[in-house]
Write a protein that binds this ligand. Structure first.
Ligand code: NAD
Length: 478
């Protein structure tokens, strides 16, 4: 098949959808057709199979790594562990990574990996074997390295898997000083970074807060300005969904619905996210949670309940032309990658809604992954060198002000002013700044171009322009 012409191929949908969005946005740019083709295409698609021992026999595992764009190096993107993963999906996710990094000004090309397994069907030992063997296959083909391609967690993988990848890469590259920069999303004890685990969800919550903060846009869709009291439904209580719900409630929103694959729960007066999370941990299901007023066996029913904002944070293709008409929310904030089909998006805007697109909304993860990579290359935690100096300077200033004014601050006021920033505070501040700036960059394009119908188109226009500049500067050689 022609891998880069998905619209000509019946088997491809997700990459086709991403390319459709690209083609649509490209109309609003001024670039040469060949350059646009170079930006849109997946540069390298590595499909491989490897055996593992299972029981008394063997099992062959299908896997992929796709590097979509090399306009910046290294390339960057998570590894999905799912029995549903396929080449089309990995290509689509790699392409989204390229646009996402451009949107939030993270200097990476896009990549993505996939391992076709259901992690629940394997022991921890088997998962370790699969992860380490996957890493070795990438090393053999030069598809991993701190300056080449840097994986991270995605659906079905987390800190544990990233530790195995880091250890395998470092063991196979003895003496490589920057080896731990070959993968991000590592535990803090293995040179990960404070705030990475919750970064994507925190970013989603900040994205929504920015969006609902613009009075002019809220008036258009019939919502009041601000997050306070806004009713939110979240699909998926994994890494992205759980932290999105947690931070949204911290910012004043009311989480009225939560949907997992076993079903959905709803209470228009609000759900306690942490209590639901603990209930699911203890019982294996969100159903049966005492604080819910309504339960749905079919998880998709949960998406259609009354709310202001819907956050799909599980998987792609959840909101289609079939169910968009039943969605009550006015804003869809895409925590997951590709949850809304292009047809559903058009219908939603036509009905007076707006969508905060995945390639911006969930970019908090890659933003903090970028900080982790910088930390690994510099071999020092953020704040370590300057914190004490900052505190001493602040202390001198406070003493001076107290001396001049003759007014003593309270101990709490003193310690708040004097305290230097921790790694977590610096990471969160960098993340917040990135999400806020990027939202308004996208909105400016949206607002100033009447032909650009959606925030996704606007985000894509901005991304294409930035990537085009990089390619033009690089030139073509040899
Ligand atoms: P995860 O594995 O931690 O969580 C996914 C959750 O969704 C799980 O709890 C799972 O049970 C639930 N789920 C699966 N199918 C469902 C269904 N049909 N209905 C309701 N719930 C369902 O994965 P994650 O890391 O949170 O990733 C979720 C999405 O966010 C993916 O699309 C991923 O590509 C995207 N994403 C993740 C990150 C990250 O940093 N982890 C960053 C950017 C984007």
């Amino acid at each position: 098949m022609n891998i880069n012409n998905p619209t000509a191929n019946q088997d491809t949908h997700f990459f086709g959808d991403v390319c459709k969005n690209f083609d649509h946005a490209a109309q609003f740019t001024q670039h040469d057709a060949g350059l646009l083709d170079q930006i849109k295409s997946c540069n390298s698609v590595y499909r491989f199979r490897f055996p593992i021992r299972k029981g008394n026999g063997f099992e062959v595992i299908d896997a992929w790594r796709v590097e979509h764009s090399h306009h910046q190096s290294p390339t960057k993107g998570g590894i999905r562990y799912s029995e549903m993963v396929n080449e089309d999906e990995v290509m689509a996710l790699a392409a989204l990574m390229t646009y996402k990094c451009a949107i939030v000004n993270v200097p990476f090309g896009g990549a993505k990996g996939g391992i076709k397994i259901n992690p629940k069907n394997y022991t921890v030992g088997e998962l370790e074997n699969i992860t380490r063997r996957y890493t070795v296959e990438l090393i053999k083909k030069n598809f991993i390295g701190p300056s080449i391609d840097v994986p991270a967690p995605d659906y079905g993988s987390g800190e544990r898997e990233m530790s195995w990848i880091a250890d395998t890469y470092a063991t196979m590259n003895p003496g490589q000083l920057d080896a731990l920069g070959a993968v991000t999303g590592k535990p803090i004890a293995l040179h990960g970074i404070a705030g990475r685990r919750e970064a994507t969800g925190r970013g989603v919550a900040i994205a929504i807060r920015e969006c609902v903060g613009v009075g002019e846009d809220m008036q258009k869709i019939g919502l009041t300005t601000g997050l306070s009291g806004k009713k939110v439904i979240v699909q998926g209580l994994g890494n992205v969904g759980y932290y999105s719900a947690k931070f949204l409630s911290e910012f004043g929103a009311l989480i009225v619905g939560l949907c997992e694959f076993e079903g959905a729960i709803y209470n228009e007066d609000g759900l306690d996210v942490e209590a639901v999370f603990q209930h699911r941990k203890a019982t294996g299901s969100i159903l049966g949670y005492a604080g819910a007023k309504t339960e749905f066996k079919n998880t998709m029913d949960g998406l259609e309940q009354p709310c202001d904002i819907l956050v799909p944070a599980a998987l792609e293709n959840q909101i289609t032309i079939q169910n968009i008409g039943s969605i009550k929310a006015k804003i869809i904030a895409e925590g997951a990658n590709g949850p809304t089909s292009p047809e559903a998006e058009a219908a939603f805007y036509k009905a007076g809604g707006m969508i905060i697109p995945d390639m911006y909304a969930n970019a908090g993860g890659v933003t903090v992954s970028y900080f982790e990579w910088l930390k690994n290359l510099s071999h020092v935690a953020f704040g370590r060198i300057n914190r004490r100096f900052e505190e001493n300077s602040n202390l001198n200033l406070v003493n001076m002000v107290e001396g001049i004014t003759g007014t003593a601050l309270t101990p709490l006021q003193r310690s708040t002013i004097i305290k230097g920033a921790s790694e977590l505070e610096l990471v969160n501040s960098g993340l917040e700044d990135t999400m806020i700036r990027s939202y308004h960059e996208i909105r400016e394009i949206y607002k100033n171009n009447p032909k650009v119908e959606t925030l996704r188109n606007a985000a894509m226009v901005g991304a294409i322009n930035k990537i085009a500049v990089s390619y033009m500067n690089l030139g073509v050689w040899p």
